[in-house]
Structures are given as C-alpha cells and as structure tokens.
Design a protein around this ligand. Structure first.
Ligand code: ADP
Length: 478
C-alpha cells in the first residue's frame, strides 16, 4: 500500500469509528430496553428475583452503552495519536530524502560488511559513479586500492565499533576516472535497538578546491619566505656598506674639521700681525698722506672682516663637532659690552653707539670670551646693516631669571618670516642691501649656539618705528 492509499484508508477508519461511537451506544440501549420488555422480563419472572429487574434495566440500558461510548472514544484518540506520529515520521523522511537528493555532498550508507547500500546525486557529481555502478561495491572502491586504503577502511570500521562516529576526517579518494579527490569524511553508526552490528551513514564532502588553494598558499609562503630571506640578506649587506660609508664619512669629516681648524689658526696669526702692523703704521708714520690714510682704513677693515670670518668658521666647526668648550663663571655683562663698544667705535668712528651706565645689575653665569664674541657679532651686524651715521642703542635690564642685553639699530628691519630663520646656518635674507653687504650667514648661527649652550636665549624683532632689535638673555649667577 502506498502512502496516499494508506492515508485514505486511515481517514475512512477514523470516520467509521466516529459514527460507531454515537450509533453503537444508542443501538445497545434500544436493544436492552426491547430485551427487557420481552424475553428478559419472562426470565426474571420465572427464574430470578424480580426485585432486581429494574437494576438490570438500568445496567443494560445506560452503563453498557456508556462503556461502549467511552471505549470507542479512547480508541478514536489512539488512532488520532498514531496518525499524528506517522505523519511526523513521513514528513521527516521526506525532508531527509530532499536533503539527500539535493545535497552537493556524497551521502550514502554502508552495510555491516562495508558495502555501499544507497547513493545520492551528490555522490554521482563528486565521484562520477551512477547508482547502479556503485551500490553493493565495497567502500574501498572510493578510498582507492592498495594496502593503505585497506588499512584506512579497517581503521574506520574499528572507530565505528568503538566510538560510533568519525567527524571531519580528511582523506583522499578516487573518482570513476581515477582522479584524486580530497574529501572530508563524517560517518555515524546507525542505532539498532537490539545492539546488533549496525549500518553506517557516511557523508563525504569534496574539499579538493580548498586543499589546492591551501597548497598554493603554502607554496607562496615558502616563496615569500625565500624572498624575505633574500631581501634581508641584501638589506644586511647594504646596512654594512652604509656603516662602512658612514665610518669613512665620519673620518673625512674629522679630517675636514682638523683641516679647517689648522688653517684657521694658521691664518689668524699672520692676520693679527697684519692688524698690528697697520695700526703702528697709522700711528707712527708721520708722512702719511690722505690716500695712504684711506688705504690704511681699507686694510684695517678688511683684516677685521677676515678675522671675524676665521673666528666664526672656527666656532661653527667646533660647535658642529660638539667640541665647544665653555668656561662659565659669574661675570658682569656691562664691562664686556663696554670693551666691545670701544673696539667698534675705533673702527666705525662716525657711528654713534649709546651704552647706558646701569649699576647694580646682577652677575650672569657665563663664559666671558664667548659673551664678548656674541656681542661683537651683534654690534658688527648693527653697523653693517644700518645706514652710516645712524645711531645704535644698547640697553641692559634684568628680570627674576636673567640679564637681558638689547641692541637696536636704525636699519630697514627684517621680513617677519625671517626673524627666526636668520639664526640658521648660512641663512641670509634674500634681496635688498643685506645681500650686497659682505657676509656668509654664520655669525647669528654661532651666536644662538653659544648663548643656548650657556642656558640663555637669543631672538630678533623689528622695532615698530624703525630698525631691528636683537636681544640676548643669560641666566643670573646664583
Ligand atoms: P652675515 O651677516 O655674515 O650674512 P649673520 O648670521 O650675521 O651672517 O646674519 C644673517 C643674516 O641676518 C644677514 O645676512 C642679514 O640678512 C640678517 N641680519 C643680521 N643682522 C641684521 C640686522 N641688524 N639688520 C638687518 N638684517 C640683519
């Protein structure tokens, strides 16, 4: 009987039972009444005790039909429950059948001997075997031939007996053409109530593509590893070469600094002699005419410039090499400034330089020679970058941390963007008189380094009316 016939048959049965549930008790009751009116009454009158006759009537006409009704109702319920359970089982079966048919995995069962019993569409697609070709064949047909496949099969069956299942076990199979198929195997032993050897349900998922990609990634990783090792080797060689070049460069730099230092010292000595000679000639030669006087001035100015250049180059070289040596001590700035002002006045007699007498200023903790070098540089610049005859004013003041010296000239000032940049090495303001003025952009660089090395600060600003103010601050000696 197929499923549709079975359902129809079951429906009819339940329908009949429902009819019977109502009709049978009624028939029984009627029969009981009729019986008691005829044959029953005669039997009781003749043989029995007639006082129980009414009780009999009651029993046959009510209790028996009622019992029949209840029995048939219960029977109907059982039938309904049975039908429900069967419907559920049929739905599960259909659902499983649909999964098995549409699944892309190979789903099949093995009998107790390990022979394939069922075969689905997924199996056909993965292994290329049709149902009739593979059913009844041993499972080893998929696992491949040889001792290894046999051993694997034995292990699988042992595992089924022991733990009842194997999950996501990766293995290799062969399809109908002999092509290798990587598969993930999940198998489970079917339950039998009597604990007899049971069938095994198997799912084989094709993971060949994933395995192929994994192998490719592995190969790429190996390649990548080799490439990284190669690049690391190259890099190590380059780092070594760079270190060698650096050492070479350092040596050359050292030599350059030594050379600059030696040359500067060698130039300085004759320069001092020349300066002395010019001064003596100026003062001692009685018969100096006007032209000679002008020439002496030129000579004196040029030797001074040369001296400043040599001194700045020497200081910058030492600063860059980190070799600047300072001898700080508590000093008063005023006499140092006074000494430099005197020197500049001697050179530039037509330039009024105002230096206030400010007694009571605190001492600063600084290297006298270096402070003199900075003030001299700033005064030289004020003289160089402001028109002849215009005054230069020096101011000195103190606050709670330091003594501040400001030098103001009446030149054309500095572009706002250059106020800080002029302290960079070799920086000179573009265009204007300053580019025509003799210079090399080292003086202010040296000034900033020297002042900062002594814990001070140096900066430039434009005066609101005219000219530039250069200020330096040195910390008070405690
Ligand atoms: P140099 O004077 O040899 O060029 P400096 O380092 O002393 O080098 O000065 C850097 C630049 O700052 C100068 O080229 C000049 O343009 C500018 N400068 C310095 N002092 C003044 C000043 N008092 N007034 C205007 N510009 C100045």
């Amino acid at each position: 009987m197929n499923a549709a016939n079975y359902v129809e048959h079951s429906l009819k049965l339940r329908h009949r039972l429902a009819t019977l549930r109502w009709s049978l008790p009624v028939v029984l009751a009627v029969l009981a009444v009729l019986y008691e009116q005829g044959l029953g009454r005669w039997i009781h009158d003749t043989f029995g005790a007639s006082q129980y006759f009414d009780l009999d009537i009651l029993f046959y006409a009510t209790i028996v039909p009622l019992l029949a009704f209840l029995t048939l109702t219960q029977l109907g319920r059982w039938l309904d429950q049975k039908e429900g359970a069967e419907q559920h089982a049929r739905a599960s079966q259909q659902w499983l059948a649909a999964i098995t048919t549409t699944s892309a995995d190979a789903i099949f069962s093995l009998d107790t001997q390990g022979r394939i019993e069922t075969w689905n569409r997924g199996g056909e697609m993965i292994f290329g075997y049709r149902r009739e070709e593979i059913v009844d064949q041993p499972f080893t047909r998929l696992l491949g031939t040889g001792e290894a496949a046999e051993a694997e099969f034995r292990w699988l069956m042992a595992e089924m007996r022991q733990s009842g299942q194997v999950r996501a076990y990766e293995t290799t199979c062969h399809d109908s053409t002999g092509r290798l198929v990587w598969a993930s195997l999940t198998a489970i032993r079917m339950e039998t109530p009597d604990k007899l050897p049971a069938n095994v349900s198997v799912i084989l998922r094709d993971i060949t593509e994933r395995k192929r990609r994994e192998e490719e990634v592995q190969k790429l990783n190996v390649n990548l590893g080799e490439q990284v090792a190669e690049r690391t080797r190259e890099l190590a060689e380059k780092v070594e070469a760079l270190a060698r070049a650096n050492a070479e460069l350092h040596k050359l730099d050292q030599m350059r600094m030594e050379f600059v230092s030696i040359v500067s010292h060698q130039i300085r000595a004759p320069l001092t002699n020349m300066q002395g000679a010019v001064e003596r000639m100026e003062s001692d030669c009685a018969a100096v005419n006007l032209t000679c006087k002008r020439m002496f001035d030129v000579l004196s100015q040029q030797t001074n410039r040369l001296d400043r250049l040599v001194s700045d180059v020497l200081s910058a070289t030492r600063i860059d090499a980190g070799e600047i040596v300072l001898h700080p001590e508590p000093i008063s700035i005023l006499p140092v400034a006074q000494q430099i002002v005197n020197q500049v006045r001697a050179r530039a007699s037509d330039r009024p330089i105002h230096l206030p007498t400010k007694p009571g200023l605190p001492f600063v903790f600084a290297d006298r020679e270096r402070v003199a070098e900075v003030i001299s540089n700033l005064l030289d610049n004020a003289d160089k970058y402001s028109p002849p005859g215009k005054p230069v004013e020096i101011d000195l003041r103190a606050d709670e941390t330091g003594v501040i010296l400001c030098i103001r000239d009446r030149g054309k000032g500095l572009p706002a963007a250059d106020l800080d940049r002029i302290f960079e090495k070799f920086y000179r303001v573009n265009g204007g008189d300053d580019q025509t003025a003799y210079g090399y952009g080292l003086g202010l660089y040296v000034c900033r380094k020297l002042i900062e090395a002594q814990g001070g600060r140096i900066w430039a600003e434009n005066h609101p009316d005219e000219g530039t103010i250069f200020s330096m601050m040195l910390p008070i000696a405690r």
